[in-house]
Design a protein around this ligand. Structure first.
Ligand code: EPZ
Length: 414
């Protein structure tokens, strides 16, 4: 449980963790490489622990000192245990990596946050184009590439982050050239390509919608610094905003934060990028965030929608959200309503009428970012908020209670 006694104005400096959504595919990529990979700025998260357990199960050795994770990759098996697959959805990126390194792979369907139906059809059809034969056997995926992985032209019907990563992982060591059209453009894709290219890969255009991969024979481990977590950054910005606070985030990449700035500007915050840092000063009372439509990058990210909804809940006026990526990503709205928020849902649309103040209440985190939204709301609310289901939050936020307490929040784990 996380217990927050609000409200308390946040102020001070906060370092931003390495990106969860970059670290997980990077760990799958380390499997492709002969020898040692060293990841710096590696966040201490339960999802990262799960990915490390998958690597260890496959026969790799992993050791961590502070934010440095060393992976020695020499896989001895090609299956992922069902309990680790069910723990997080991104475990599916191991499919492309294992298939490429071992020629076969076995795993059950992935779990993770319940954000509505999260099919993997794009992953499977793309891998099939690269030469994989994939069948379902007793609830498990069994994949083989009898003729090896070969280059192909792949046009994704939606720029899926995970499918783009899976193709990059499978095709990096292959015969021939692969082209991914309508690829996801998220910064985490570019980070993955930077690492793979350091290891000897030849990937061009990552971060744009057409990625070209010239297959190579072998990859060798390399050192890499994980990019900063843009969603953790926006979460702390929202936390400062709802408390009328003033904070400086350090270790951020401001270019990645730009697509998320509009709600902060609309609501009256002053945001100043300062090289690798960012300063946010919030007004005493926020205004509405107006209109948020979630879109693939460089649009407004779905992962930032819940924390910005907590800002809208206390912002003066009406805000409208349209969630275009996941069908079931408004579970936090009912919990925010327990704290006094006024939110009406209609399919993919949420209409939020900002209230003067929220009040503390017992609430439940049903998913990772929804849980973060409850933490943000609890910081602004009058009285005590008790959040259960916090294991979701630990999947993606490193020491969130300690970091917020350092900024002046009265927050603790109970
Ligand atoms: C990644 O998930 C992130 N996870 C998610 O972050 C993020 O919300 C999402 O991208 C969108 O930005 C990681 O990077 C580990 P997608 P992913 O494939 O790869 C549909 C968080 O809170 N789709 O781009 O699973 C899918 O159903 C997490 O940190 C298919 O239809 O996202 C969804 O509607 C949650 N078929 C949309 O595409 C497929 O085969 C976007 O999914 C694949 C996806």
């Amino acid at each position: 449980m996380i217990i927050i006694d609000g409200p308390a104005r946040l102020s001070g400096e906060i370092p931003v963790q390495g990106a969860k959504n970059s670290t997980l595919p990077l760990l799958a990529a380390a499997l492709l490489c002969k020898g040692q990979t060293v990841l710096y700025n590696c966040p201490d998260l339960s999802d990262v622990d799960t990915a490390v357990k998958i690597l260890e199960h496959l026969g790799c050795s992993c050791s961590r000192t502070d934010d440095r994770l060393i992976i020695d990759s020499a896989p001895t098996r090609c299956d992922v245990p069902p309990d680790l697959m069910r723990e997080m959805r991104s475990s599916i990126v191991f499919l492309g990596a294992i298939l490429s390194r071992c020629g076969e792979a076995k795993m059950c369907f992935p779990g993770g946050c319940e954000l509505g139906p999260r099919p993997i059809d794009l992953h499977l059809s793309a891998l099939a184009k690269l030469g994989a034969e994939i069948r379902e056997e007793g609830g498990c995926l069994v994949a083989r590439a009898p003729g090896g992985i070969h280059g192909a032209y792949i046009s994704l019907s939606f720029p899926s982050v995970g499918a783009t990563e899976n193709v990059m992982l499978a095709a990096c060591c292959s015969e021939g050239t692969t082209v991914i059209a309508n690829a996801a453009r998220e910064p985490e894709i570019a980070d993955l390509a930077r690492y793979l290219n350091r290891c000897g890969g030849r990937i061009y255009g990552a971060g744009e919608s057409c990625i070209i991969i010239d297959g190579v024979q072998e990859l060798y481990g390399a050192e890499h610094r994980v990019m900063p977590d843009r969603i953790a950054a926006v979460t702390y910005m929202a936390a400062a905003a709802v408390t009328g606070g003033s904070i400086t985030l350090t270790g951020v990449d401001n270019a990645h934060i730009m697509p998320m700035l509009s709600p902060f500007e609309e609501s009256g915050c002053v945001v100043r990028p300062l090289g690798g840092a960012l300063n946010l000063m919030a007004p005493q009372r926020l205004r509405a965030v107006k209109h948020i439509r979630t879109m693939p990058y460089p649009g407004f990210p779905t992962d930032a929608q819940p924390v910005v909804m907590s800002m809208a809940a206390v912002g003066e006026g009406t805000s409208i959200f349209v969630e275009n990526i996941f069908e079931n990503r408004y579970k936090h709205a009912a919990e925010l309503a327990r704290m006094g928020a006024s939110i009406k849902l209609e399919g993919k649309v949420a209409v939020v009428e900002g209230v003067e103040a929220l009040h503390g209440a017992p609430v439940t985190a049903w998913d990772l970012r929804g849980g973060a939204a409850l933490v943000v709301a609890g910081l602004a609310a009058q009285g005590r908020t008790e959040i259960t289901g916090t294991w979701h939050i630990r999947r993606g936020y490193e020491n969130i209670t300690g970091r917020l307490a350092d900024l002046g929040a009265r927050i603790r784990e109970g």
